[in-house]
Write a protein that binds this ligand. Sequence first.
Ligand code: NAD
Length: 421
Amino acid sequence: MPVERKHCQCHDTQNHFLERAFESLQLETSQRELLLSAFRETTVSIPLRPHRADDDGGELCTYMGYRVQHNHARGPFKGGLRFHPSVNLGEIRALAQLMTWKTALVDVPFGGAKGGITVDTTKLSQYALEILTKRFVQKMMPVFGVHTDIPAPDVGTNPQVMAWILEEYSKNHGYTPAIVTGKPMELGGSAGRLEATGHGVAYLTGKIAGEISLPIKSASVVVQGFGNVGFHTAQRLDAMGARVIALSDARNGVICDAGINIERAQRHVAETGWLENLPGTEPISNAELLELPCDILIPAAIEATITCDNAGAIRARLVVEAANIPVTHLADTALRERGITVMPDLLANAGGVLASYYEWVQNLQEFPWERDTVLQRLEQRLSRVYAQVRDLAHQRNTDLRTAAYELAIGRVNQAMALRGF
Ligand code: NAD
């Protein structure tokens, strides 16, 4: 799909979802404009000679980097960094805004931001990636800060990238683990953070499945995307007794009706880079995978993979948005009209930002928590937020997404009014 079209879908989708909630909350136009506008958008260019091990000689490339700080009424800006070829300002804008609603929904004292670099990391050496990351941080130094803006991992970034961010920032400010979340444990990362997003997705999937008479123990599950979120979601659902019948990555998918061994799939990806040729499975395309008959479909890759083009062919009973904005607004309407329950992204994958908040708190306290403490607190909070969203949806006779947006927007609006924005 052309980048431009996808970026428009992402933005349009976000706006449509917001409009539904704005209408319901009867917000004035001036309030809507303020809620929609970003506090600050920073664009940087990063020159690098990526094809030489020593960054000396070779072709000079200029990479574009972004940080959109959407809203900080409820606390410092918070949001991931994405390294992907499709990254552009429009996409980052929509994702930054989503973070504002997500942090408000789970009621952590953060605002919303997102950033990234337009880069295909599979074409860079580890050394080039390290230099690119550190130059990005140098240029973003004026906007990052422990109490102003705290980045985290997203598509194409991982604990190693967070460690480079910590190192570069600490050169100017002294050792500062709280500047970034999702770091390795050795550098102040939190126990449970790596698996937190997938853990939360699986936990909430179990909760909602129980409420729509879909026993998780015998449920068939399809997961699109087998990175941090997809892998940990599949692993946890497998442990809960579900049968994960298909998985995919950016290249292709694999299917096995009897259920895929998730640990073996992860080892295969670690060894070969891709799911392709996973023993005991058959190949399947990403498009075919989304249309498989199954109980639960979990898009856990990138945005806009379920659109009006394929929504009519989705054969799951429940769609859980582990990825951010994976379902466009037209597809969302089509799925609802067909009676398919959709758990929205700002609720489904909020375990990630919750665990990031716990990591930040531990860094500020300089006192690490046990993994069980982190995951128990995460489950308790997600359970409470889910109940709030579900009850509001029932009360207002609306869908989970609109109820989640209403709760979140209400909180941000109130904070802005109190602070006199
Ligand atoms: P990741 O980079 O670890 O994994 C992404 C996976 O998606 C990989 O398997 C990749 O091959 C696959 N992929 C990429 N492009 C694809 C395409 N066009 N079609 C199919 N598969 C494709 O990223 P992640 O951290 O697992 O993030 C996945 C999603 O979850 C993103 O939408 C991200 O914003 C969201 N999310 C992540 C976190 C987190 O803690 N990492 C938290 C909340 C939300």
